[in-house]
Design a protein around this ligand. Structure first.
Ligand code: HEC
Ligand code: HEC
Ligand code: HEC
Ligand code: HEC
Ligand code: HEC
Ligand code: HEC
Ligand code: HEC
Ligand code: HEC
Ligand code: HEC
Ligand code: HEC
Length: 424
C-alpha cells in the first residue's frame, strides 16, 4: 500500500509538470521523436574539452522498458522543453531527479555524498552514479544496479577502486574487507539475498560519515541496525550490562561492532574472527585494559592483567583453545555484573559456570569459590610460584612431547611409505 501511495504521488507530480508544459504560452513540449531524429544515431558522439568522448545515443526501447517508460525526454531534460531551434545549445542542464523524488533528494542533500557534492567534490555519488540514467529499473529487479545482490559492486565502483582510494586517503577499504566478511561471502559467493549489503547498514540515501551525529549508524544505533537481522543476539545483548548502559546514552560500553568488527565480521568459528576463542581476550582488553574507558565506570583494569597471569591466561597465551577465556565465564551477549543474581558470575551460579561440561565437571562449591582473577605471580607466595613453575613445565612438556611425537610419527610414516614403494 505504501509503495502504491508513493507511486501515486510521483505520478501526480509528473502529471502536473507535463500539463504545465502544455499550457504555458509559447511553450511546446517536444515529443520524443523530435529528439530521436538525432539521438537514435548510435554514432553520435560528443567530444568534451580534454578529448573525452561520450556517446549521445539513446536506446529508446530500453528507456521504454525502464521504470520511467511513460516519461518524455523533456520531463527530465526540462531546460530543452519548448526549444524549437535544433541543434540545441551544446550545454544542457543537469537532470534534477529531485523534481519528482523530493523526499529522496532531501535525504541525499543531507548525506555525506550530498554535502561533499555541494563542497565541490566531483567524485561523490549523485543519483545517476548509483542508478544510471535512462535504463533505471525498480530495486526489486535483479538487473537493477541497486538490486540487493548488486549493491556491493555499485558502491564498490568507487569505494573498491584503487585509484579512488588513493585519491581519498584515510577512507577505509570497505568494499575489499566486506567481500571477505561473512556477509560479503554470503552475498557475493552464495547469492544469499538476506545477508547484509552496504545499504542494510548505511542506508542508501541517508549515508553519513562516522563523525556525523545524524547518521543511522552512530554508536547508539548500531545494535538496532544489526538487530534487524539478528534479533536473538540483540535480545540477549540488551539484557547484558553493555546493552543496558548503552541504552542509557553512554558511548563507552561495547556495541556489536566493537567485538565483531565493521566490514570484517566473520563467523566465531573462523580463526581470523575477532571473537574466535584465541582472540577474545585481546578484543575485551581493548576496553578492559584501558583506564580511560572502563575506569570511568569504576571498573578495574586489573581484571585483564590478573586473568593474563592466571592459569587460564597462561593456557590462552600458549594457544590453548580449550582453556577458559573471558566469555567462557562471563557469557558474551548477556554479560552481567557479579551482583546480578542472573549473572553467570553471581556467587550462586559459579558452581554451574565452573562445572560446564568442557571445563570442571562436578566442580564443588568450594572449588567454585577460588579466586579466578587473582595473580599467581605474587612474589611472596612461594606455593603459587611453585604451582606456576610446575604449570609452565607441564605446558612446555606437553607441547615439546607433542612435537617430538609428531616428528617420530612423521619419520616413521616416510620410512613406511618408502618401503611400500620399494615393494611395489
Ligand atoms: C538536430 C539534432 C539534435 C536534436 C533534434 C536533439 N539533439 Fe540533443 N544533442 C545533439 C548533439 C549533436 C549533441 C552533442 C552536443 C553538441 O555537440 O552540441 C546533443 C547533446 C544532448 C545532450 C547532452 C548534453 C551534454 O551534457 O553533453 C542532451 C541531454 C540532449 N542532447 C538532449 C536532447 C533532447 C531532450 C532533445 C529533444 C528535445 C534533443 N537533444 C534533440 C543533437 C540533437
Ligand atoms: C528519467 C529521466 C530521463 C529521461 C526520461 C531522459 N533522460 Fe536523458 N539523461 C538523464 C540523465 C540523468 C542524464 C545524465 C546527465 C545529466 O545528469 O544531466 C541524461 C543524459 C542524456 C544524454 C547525454 C548522453 C548520456 O547518455 O549521458 C542525452 C543525449 C540524453 N540524455 C537524451 C535523452 C533523450 C533523447 C531522451 C528521450 C528519449 C532522454 N534523454 C530521456 C535523464 C533522463
Ligand atoms: C550512493 C548510491 C545512491 C545514490 C546517490 C542514490 N540512490 Fe537511490 N537507491 C540506492 C539504493 C542502494 C537503493 C535501494 C535501497 C534498498 O535496497 O532498499 C535505492 C533506491 C531508490 C529508489 C526506490 C525507493 C526507495 O526509497 O527504496 C528510488 C526512487 C531512488 N533510489 C531514487 C534516487 C534519487 C532520486 C536519487 C538522487 C536524489 C538517488 N536515488 C540517489 C542508491 C543510491
Ligand atoms: C518527471 C518525474 C520523474 C523524474 C524527473 C524522475 N523520476 Fe524516477 N520515477 C518517477 C515515477 C512516477 C516513478 C514510478 C514510481 C514507482 O513505481 O515507484 C519513478 C520510479 C523510479 C525508481 C524505481 C523505484 C523502485 O520501485 O525501485 C527509481 C530508482 C527512480 N525513479 C530513480 C530516478 C532517478 C535516478 C531519476 C533521475 C535520473 C529520476 N528517477 C527522475 C518519476 C520521475
Ligand atoms: C561515484 C562514486 C561513489 C559511489 C558510487 C558511492 N560513493 Fe560513497 N563516497 C564517495 C566519495 C567521493 C566520498 C567522500 C565524500 C567526502 O569527501 O566527504 C564518499 C563517502 C562515503 C562515506 C563516508 C566516508 C568518509 O570517510 O567520509 C560512506 C559511509 C559511503 N560513501 C558509503 C557509500 C555507500 C554505502 C555507497 C553505495 C550505496 C556509496 N558510498 C557509493 C563516492 C562514492
Ligand atoms: C554489517 C554492516 C555494514 C555493511 C554491510 C557495510 N558497512 Fe560500511 N560501515 C559499517 C560501520 C558500523 C561503519 C563505522 C560507523 C560509521 O561509519 O558510522 C562503517 C564505515 C564505513 C565507511 C567509513 C565511514 C567513515 O566516515 O569513516 C565507508 C566508506 C563504508 N563503511 C562503506 C561501505 C560500503 C561501500 C559497503 C558495501 C560494500 C559497506 N560499507 C558495507 C557497517 C557496514
Ligand atoms: C562484548 C562483545 C560482543 C558484543 C558487544 C556483541 N557480540 Fe556477538 N558475539 C560475541 C562473541 C564472543 C561471540 C561468539 C561466542 C562463541 O564463541 O560462540 C558472538 C557471537 C555472535 C553471533 C553468532 C551466533 C551466536 O549468537 O552465537 C552473532 C550473530 C552475533 N554475535 C551478533 C551480534 C550482534 C548483532 C550484536 C549487537 C546487538 C553483538 N553480537 C554484540 C561477542 C560480542
Ligand atoms: C540484512 C540482514 C543483516 C544485517 C543488517 C546484519 N547481518 Fe549479520 N548476518 C546476516 C546473515 C543472513 C548471516 C548468515 C550468513 C551465513 O551464514 O553465511 C549473518 C552472519 C553474521 C555473523 C556470523 C554468524 C555465525 O553464526 O557464524 C555475525 C557475527 C554477524 N552476522 C554479525 C552482524 C553484525 C555485528 C551486524 C551489524 C554491524 C550484522 N551482522 C548485520 C544478516 C545480517
Ligand atoms: C568498547 C569497549 C568494551 C569492550 C570491547 C568490552 N567491554 Fe565490558 N564494559 C565496558 C564498559 C564501559 C563497562 C562499564 C559499564 C558499567 O559497568 O556501567 C563494561 C562492563 C563490563 C562488565 C561489568 C563490570 C562491572 O563491574 O559491572 C563485565 C563483566 C564486562 N564488561 C566484561 C566484558 C567482556 C568479557 C568483554 C569481551 C567479550 C567486554 N567486556 C568487552 C566496555 C567494554
Ligand atoms: C575462569 C572464569 C573467568 C575468566 C576466564 C574471566 N573472568 Fe572475569 N570474573 C570471573 C568471576 C568469577 C568474577 C567475579 C568474582 C571476582 O570479582 O573476582 C569476575 C569478575 C570480573 C569483572 C568485574 C565484574 C563485577 O561485577 O565486579 C570484570 C570486569 C571481569 N571479570 C572481566 C574479565 C575479562 C575482561 C576477562 C578476560 C580477559 C575475564 N574477566 C576472564 C570469572 C572469570
Amino acid at each position: 500500500m505504501v509503495k502504491a501511495g508513493i507511486a501515486l504521488k510521483q505520478w501526480a507530480i509528473a502529471a502536473v509538470a507535463m500539463v504545465f508544459l502544455w499550457v504555458s504560452p509559447g511553450v511546446r513540449a517536444q515529443s520524443n521523436e523530435d529528439c530521436m531524429v538525432c539521438h537514435s544515431d548510435n554514432t553520435l558522439v560528443r567530444e568534451y574539452e580534454g578529448g573525452r568522448k561520450v556517446s549521445m545515443f539513446v536506446d529508446e526501447s530500453a528507456l521504454g522498458s525502464s521504470v520511467h517508460a511513460p516519461l518524455g525526454c523533456v520531463d527530465c531534460h526540462q531546460d530543452l522543453a519548448g526549444v524549437a531551434d535544433f541543434p540545441h545549445a551544446e550545454e544542457v542542464a543537469d537532470v534534477g531527479c529531485g523534481t519528482c523524488h523530493e523526499d529522496l533528494r532531501e535525504l541525499h542533500e543531507r548525506s555525506v555524498h550530498g554535502i561533499a557534492l555541494k563542497k565541490g567534490e566531483t567524485e561523490a555519488a549523485r543519483c545517476r552514479d548509483c542508478h544510471g540514467t535512462h535504463y533505471i529499473l525498480p530495486k526489486s529487479d535483479p538487473r537493477s544496479s541497486v538490486f540487493h545482490l548488486k549493491q556491493p559492486a555499485t558502491c564498490g565502483a568507487c569505494h573498491g577502486d584503487s585509484g579512488f582510494l588513493q585519491r581519498h586517503p584515510g577512507m577505509p577499504r570497505a568494499a575489499q574487507s566486506y567481500a571477505e566478511s561473512i556477509h560479503g561471502k554470503a552475498v557475493l559467493k552464495y547469492g544469499m539475498n538476506i545477508a547484509a549489503v552496504c545499504s542494510d547498514c548505511h542506508g542508501a540515501h541517508d549515508i553519513h560519515a562516522r563523525d556525523d551525529a545524524d547518521g543511522p549508524l552512530t554508536r547508539p544505533h548500531v545494535a538496532a541496525v544489526c538487530g534487524k537481522c539478528h534479533p536473538s543476539a540483540l535480545g540477549s545483548y540488551r539484557s547484558g550490562i553493555h546493552g543496558v548502559v548503552s541504552t542509557e546514552g553512554k558511548t563507552e560500553p561495547a556495541v556489536c561492532t566493537d567485538c565483531h568488527g565493521e566490514h570484517t565480521i566473520r563467523a566465531p568459528t573462523d580463526p581470523s574472527s575477532s571473537v574466535y576463542v584465541t582472540r577474545i581476550v585481546e578484543t575485551c582488553s581493548t576496553c578492559h585494559a584501558d583506564k580511560e574507558i572502563v575506569g570511568k565506570f569504576g571498573v578495574s583494569v586489573q581484571r585483564v592483567e590478573t586473568y593474563r597471569e592466571s592459569f587460564h591466561g597462561l593456557g590462552t597465551k600458549y594457544g590453548s583453545t580449550v582453556v577458559a577465556n573471558c566469555v567462557s565465564c562471563h557469557q558474551y551477549h548477556d554479560i552481567k555484573p557479579a551482583s546480578d543474581p542472573s549473572s553467570s558470575i553471581h556467587p550462586q551460579n559459579l558452581q554451574d559456570t565452573c562445572g560446564q561440561p568442557r571445563c570442571h565437571m562436578g566442580a564443588t562449591e568450594r572449588f567454585a569459590k577460588s579466586d579466578v582473577h587473582s595473580s599467581i605471580t605474587k612474589p611472596d607466595d612461594w606455593v603459587l610460584q611453585l604451582v606456576r613453575a610446575v604449570y609452565i613445565l607441564i605446558i612446555g612438556g606437553t607441547l615439546g612431547g607433542m612435537i617430538i611425537h609428531n616428528a617420530i610419527d612423521y619419520a616413521g610414516r616416510r620410512r613406511h611409505k618408502r618401503n611400500t614403494h620399494a615393494d611395489a
